[in-house]
Write a protein that binds this ligand. Sequence first.
Ligand code: AMP
Ligand code: GLY
Length: 438
Amino acid sequence: MRVLLIGKSARTDVIAETLVRSRRKPVLFAAMDAENPGVMRRSKEFCVAKTDDAEAILAFAERVEPDFSIIDPEDPIAHGVSDALEKKGIPCVAPSKKLGQLESSKSFARELLRKHGIEGNPEYKIFSSSKGVENWLTELLDAKKGFVVKPDGLTGGKGVKVLGDHLQGVEDALAYCGEVLAKHASVVIEEKLEGEEFSLQSLTDGVTVRDCPPVQDHKRAFENDEGPNTGGMGSYSSGSVLPFMTKEDAEAAHAINQKVADALRKDTSEKYKGVLYGGFICTARGVKLIEYNVRFGDPEAMNVLPVMKTDFVDVCEAIINGTLDETELRFENAATVCKYAVPEGYPAKPIRGALLEVEKSRARHYFGAVSEKDGKYVTLGSRAIASVGVAPSLSEAEKIAEEGVAAIKGPVFHRRDIGTQALINKRIEHMKRLRKNG
Ligand code: AMP
Ligand code: GLY
């Protein structure tokens, strides 16, 4: 069994680990944009290439002849790498470019839900010019709703601007819409939702949709949810629901993912094969959809893959062969906490080129934006090394994750509050308040 894995992040590292621990003993080949010490260690062979360049990936794939490929990040999917591999007879755990629009186009996702009557959309409008934008912004404000402005394209997680956070009023929003429309074909402006966010990562063969445990990420750089937004500073999971969620919330999110897989099949006659990541928010009016990703979350992959009990290679094969209905997806009944060590100055002015050392601890470490030099790790500027604790309780998992970050020596910082009871209580109280008032 030969597997080609495409990606370079800590998320790719955990995918590699999960493949390698399969009883099927797959041999791993990796293609990455920059050397990732974790992925390299777990692979038989690797190449450094532009992973959104289908030709470069095909050249490597034709040489290593994988039985299948897993495309981790969204960029190669948006650039047609899955289509190119499939065309050469290499099946992919990743959707086609067309279905990848679910992430690469915010309007595609919103319109799909609307067209098929799938619940979960906030109020929204799509604009391809600034005509009507001011009216819509004012209408939302008059209805005592805030607004969120979203470029209709991939922006590396940095394009969404929210009233109160990045935008102070209509004037700011108009200026930002102008900027967006200069670069993108359209802009989505939607109602600002209030609540607690969670990610539901489902695996699907396009027909059957199987869920991983829900996870809550923490986007803000600093403790107490302060500071600028980041790719995600850490995350936690606690089995089939999170402490602020009800079982009904998890079921509602599952139903939306299932209906989306069905709607895509109906509209395109194509089956969505891969990871369907629904970014949801529990609100006073039930579960709403924030966005879709067509891949695992980073850090959320590190909460679910380490506790996956079903053999991941079997799952990948079931996704490819369309037999996921015959495969259960089981997880250990454990809590997980993931904390990222990020370079000092991150995200605005991260220290690059600083040396890190990693000592042994009870935590698992996954390597992100670091290269390796003489047994040490060199920071590259983005989230460096993730530390993951897995334990029967959240408090124990949090302690282990802390031990793991303490074992990373060098100029990095992390959020101590992620996974702590104090922060989780705040989330629970927030939801209680919203549900009572709503
Ligand atoms: P995205 O790039 O789509 O993941 O959005 C980034 C972040 O913006 C999300 O994680 C949310 O915190 C926030 N966001 C996006 N859409 C909304 C919305 N309709 N209401 C409130 N917050 C939102
Ligand atoms: N943690 C959010 C994401 O992966 O997009």
